[in-house]
Structures are given as structure tokens and as C-alpha cells.
Ligand binder design. Structure first.
Ligand code: GCO
Length: 459
């Protein structure tokens, strides 16, 4: 097994600022299981999985990691790794089975215990309100294509704020708008599996932004703006410079910003990007009076979910981005480009100046090595090196959450893709930390990218 070398020097390359938040992330549907326990309602992902042909080999989230029953053991595991923070999501239909009305006490009790369990172990609970498992009853009314869903999410945020209160300081209403809408309502590869027009899909994106806004408003009104931080968690399409030539950097920055602006401009600039708006002609969302003001009440931080990247070069004739063939590829075929964690936070800082940033997800699906997962270890190591460089350059990145704490249900790929730093045997539910988890624990303890005797190179 690769092992950490003892620290030999004063602060230097690879060190993180004091108080840097080291965490790991999961989401409700991917780990909880217990899909009908204690009055929980059906989610759109339950329905999607139970409909043949949607998910790899008919896998479902019915049991997943059985975290609903094993949460204590899982928190102990996190504590043993020295995690400072845990990012998890709540299952909306566990709290409101139909997405509306009175909350189910048993559902709230679960998250109540989880939050206390984190705090008792010195782990900061960071709560995502919506990570894709929508009550099916709301989906039956058009889900994210229906404005009412945004309002309903505001109500859910209110319920959570009242019950969980200031024990949670970092709240993330939405996880990855593009995956919710593009994958769910345009490409049809995620729940609910619809294939709708550009116009409807853009309306869906607007509804997701509105949901973020309603939830933020509820949290801030109830808990107080100064008591909590509300973040927007996004997965931008990352374009990086092919070289460090200033022209390449500028082209990459401009391309990146153009791609991400549809989601981030409304939040940080209070308006959709004008050029893009014009380009879409009639395929733009209906925006009602007051909505942009609500959406433009800036989040306190930007959360970035980053996994892979493409490159661009100014000297290339067509100036089109491409994926580097020589890059290592994960089991998903995703091109690994560790400097994504340097460039993307920097570009975001320059364009939107969100004040604080967190890498809310970063990780890889690799089966290779099994428990001796050197590729994953190297992935984390090299990405964190890049992130440390961004911090050294003054980009206010305050923390990092590895995706994922443990192997889990990977959406349409079911259990065929393993992202965990902890291995899960889905027959026995036994959890076993992989080499990457042990390395991560060392890095947390030393607050820096520790060296490891291992040979994986990222070309
Ligand atoms: C995501 C996701 C995770 C995925 C991960 C790997 O937010 O896309 O939050 O649920 O499992 O990204 O695909």
C-alpha cells in the first residue's frame, strides 16, 4: 500500500490555508436505500429505476448502501478518517411524501439524528436540499417544468430550517442544475426520462434557479443571513487552456465563462447573459416580474462539482475544444485533467467573484486496483495539488469534498461504477477503506498534499 511520507518542511507548495475544510460527499438516493421505510413517498428516481430499460441491469436504489439503517457506522467511519465535514442530501419524499403539506416526523428525525451524529463526532454537517430525488407526486405535475415546484422547494427549506436550525451552517439548495434538467428533461437519461424542446428545457432551468432562490430566501429569513451560508452547487462544463500561453488562457477563460454564464449570471449578476439570450430567439424562458431580483440575491458561496475537462488552443484554426487523447480515462471514459481544480476556481473568481468557493465534488470511478486503488489516490493527490496552487494564488477556496465517501448507486449506471474511497460490498454491506481513504486521512491530518510512494502518472 502507498504510505504517506512524514512532513519535512515549513508551509510550501501543496499546503492548504489554516481551517481548510476537508470533507466527503454523498447524496440521499445514492446511499440511503429504505425506499419505503417509515412512510417515505415514492421519488421520481424510484419510479425511473423500477421502470425496465432505464438503469444498468435494472439496478435500483431500494437498498443502496442501506445508510438509512447504518448511518451510525458510517459516521464512525467518517470520524476514523478524520473528516472535518460531511456533505449529504435529504430525501424530499422522506420528509414530504407527496412533496407538499405536513412533514413526516420520522423522516425529519432521521436527518436530525444524522446532524447531531456529525456534530458529536466533530464533523460539520453540510446539507444539500435537493440532489435529484423529487417526490413522484410533483413529477406527475411536470416536475421541474412546473414553476410550482420551485415554490414547493421553498416550503421544504422552511420545514428544514425550522427543524434543523443553525446546527447546519452550510446549506446548498440545489445540486447540479444541468444534470437535473438537461439529463432528465432533454436527453432523457436520468429521471424522469423525458425528451422535451429547448424552450421547455430552458423554462426548467429557470424553475431550478427559482427553487434555489425560494429556498435561500426561506433559510435566510428563518435562520438569519449572518448565521448561515447558502451556496449554489454547479457543475460547469470545464474548458482549460492547452498551454500556459496567455492567448490560450484567455480563450479558455472566455469559452468557460460563456458556457457557465446561463446558470451563474442570474445569481451573481441578476440577469441572463444578453448575448446568449438573443441567440436563443424565441426559446427563452418566461420570466415573471420580481423573479430576477429574487434569483439575484447572491449566494454566499459557489460550490463546484468537477470531474473532467476539455482543452482549447488559440493557435488551432477552428478554435474548438477537444479532449486530450493522451489523458488518462476513468471507467466512465472521463478525461482526467487535474489542473481543472486550478483553472476553474480562478476563472469563476475573476468573472463572478463569489467571495467563497468550495469544491463540493471531485472524484473518479475506477475499479482498477480494488482496495489498493492507486489510480484514485493519484487522482485525489494531483487534483488537490492544483487546488493548493489556486489557494496560493489567492482564490478563496475554503474546502474540498471528495466524491464519494463510499461506493454507491451511480444513477443510470447503477452499481457498475465505483466512486468510493471506501469499498462497499453490496451483498454484505461491509465497508472497507481503500488506499485512497487512508491517504486522504493523512492529507487531512497534515492539511497538505502528502507525498505517496506510488507510480501513477497523469500525462
Ligand atoms: C453529481 C453527482 C453525483 C454523481 C457524481 C459522479 O452531482 O453528478 O452529484 O451524484 O454520483 O457526479 O457521476
Amino acid at each position: 500500500m502507498p504510505s504517506a511520507q512524514p512532513r519535512t518542511s515549513n508551509p510550501g507548495p501543496g499546503d492548504f490555508p489554516q481551517g481548510f475544510l476537508w470533507g466527503a460527499a454523498t447524496s440521499s438516493f445514492q446511499i440511503e436505500g429504505a425506499w419505503q421505510a417509515d412512510g417515505k413517498g415514492e421519488s421520481n428516481w424510484d419510479r425511473f429505476c423500477h421502470t425496465p430499460g432505464n438503469v444498468f441491469e435494472g439496478h435500483t436504489g431500494d437498498v443502496a448502501c442501506d445508510h438509512y439503517n447504518r448511518w451510525k457506522e458510517d459516521l464512525d467511519l467518517m470520524a476514523s478518517l478524520g473528516l472535518k465535514a460531511y456533505r449529504f442530501s435529504v430525501s424530499w419524499p422522506r420528509i414530504q411524501p407527496t412533496g407538499r403539506g405536513k412533514a413526516l416526523e420520522k423522516g425529519l428525525d432521521f436527518y436530525d439524528r444524522l446532524v447531531d451524529g456529525c456534530l458529536e463526532r466533530g464533523i460539520e454537517p453540510c446539507l444539500t436540499i435537493f440532489h435529484w430525488d423529487l417526490p413522484q407526486a410533483l413529477e406527475d405535475h411536470d416536475g421541474w417544468l412546473n414553476r410550482d415546484t420551485a415554490k414547493a422547494m421553498g416550503d421544504l427549506a422552511e420545514i428544514l430550517a425550522q427543524r434543523i436550525g443553525k446546527r447546519v451552517r452550510k446549506w446548498m439548495p440545489i445540486n447540479e442544475g444541468p444534470c437535473i434538467v438537461d439529463n432528465g428533461y432533454q436527453r432523457g437519461v436520468f429521471a424522469p426520462g423525458r425528451k422535451e424542446s429547448d424552450k421547455l428545457v430552458r423554462q426548467g432551468k429557470h424553475t431550478v434557479l427559482l427553487a434555489h432562490a425560494h429556498a435561500s430566501r426561506a433559510l435566510r429569513d428563518i435562520l438569519g443571513r449572518d448565521a448561515i451560508e447558502v451556496g449554489f452547487v454547479h457543475n460547469p462544463w470545464p474548458t482549460l487552456p492547452a498551454t500556459t500561453d496567455p492567448e490560450d488562457i484567455e480563450l479558455a477563460r472566455a469559452t468557460f465563462v460563456r458556457d457557465a454564464a446561463w446558470w451563474l449570471d442570474p445569481l451573481w449578476k441578476g440577469a441572463y447573459p444578453a448575448e446568449e439570450w438573443a441567440r436563443h430567439g424565441a426559446d427563452v424562458p418566461e420570466v415573471l416580474p420580481g423573479e430576477m431580483e429574487l434569483i439575484g440575491d447572491k449566494p454566499d458561496f459557489l460550490g463546484l462539482n468537477l470531474y473532467f475537462a476539455q482543452r482549447i488552443s488559440a493557435s488551432q484554426n477552428d478554435r474548438q475544444p477537444w479532449r486530450r487523447e493522451e489523458a488518462l480515462k476513468t471507467d466512465f471514459g472521463w478525461h482526467v485533467e487535474p489542473d481543472i481544480l486550478y483553472w476553474v476556481p480562478k476563472f469563476c473568481q475573476d468573472e463572478w467573484n463569489p467571495g467563497s468557493q468550495y469544491v463540493t465534488e471531485n472524484g473518479c470511478a475506477w475499479e482498477i486496483g480494488g482496495l489498493d486503488d492507486r489510480h484514485r489516490l493519484a487522482y485525489y493527490r494531483e487534483h488537490l495539488r492544483s487546488l493548493a496552487r489556486a489557494c496560493e494564488d489567492g482564490v478563496p477556496v475554503k474546502g474540498y469534498f471528495a466524491w464519494s465517501l463510499m461506493d454507491n448507486f451511480e444513477w443510470a449506471s447503477g452499481y457498475s461504477k465505483r466512486f468510493g474511497m471506501v469499498h462497499v460490498d453490496f451483498q454484505t454491506q461491509v465497508r472497507t477503506p481503500k488506499a485512497s481513504a487512508k491517504w486522504y486521512a493523512d492529507a487531512i491530518r497534515e492539511n497538505r498534499v502528502v507525498d505517496a510512494a506510488m507510480e501513477i502518472q497523469f500525462p
